[in-house]
Design a protein around this ligand. Structure first.
Ligand code: FES
Length: 105
């Protein structure tokens, strides 16, 4: 099963073992971490599921779409590690991924 480590805004680490096929955003919310608003429900139109990728051991994150790039551009906390977690489908390719929830804009 895929292991993903999520660090909250308070610096608390959670190790998730989500099922394949759901998004990282859904995995975070289903784990009980309530810091992601995910207002659009994963339609790539709100940017409230912003995370920073701390470690991508397999290097298999899907490429960023133009829509994701545009939305992240509206975030004051964007860095070169920024992704929208609803655009990252869980699969074995993400095993060992470490992410931190971005500050709220
Ligand atoms: S949940 Fe809205 S962009 Fe990800």
């Amino acid at each position: 099963m895929t292991a993903i480590t999520v660090t909250t805004r308070e610096g608390v680490e959670h190790e998730l073992r989500p099922q394949d096929g759901i998004s990282v955003m859904e995995a975070i919310r289903e784990s009980g971490i309530d810091e992601l608003l995910a207002l659009c429900g994963g339609c790539c139109s709100c940017a409230t599921c912003h995370v920073f990728v701390d470690r991508d051991p397999v290097g298999q994150l899907p490429p960023m779409s133009a829509d994701e790039d545009d939305l992240l551009e509206s975030s004051s906390s964007r860095t070169d590690r920024s992704r929208l977690s609803c655009q990252l489908p869980v699969s074995a390719a993400l095993d060992g991924l470490r992410i931190t929830i971005a500050p709220e804009d």
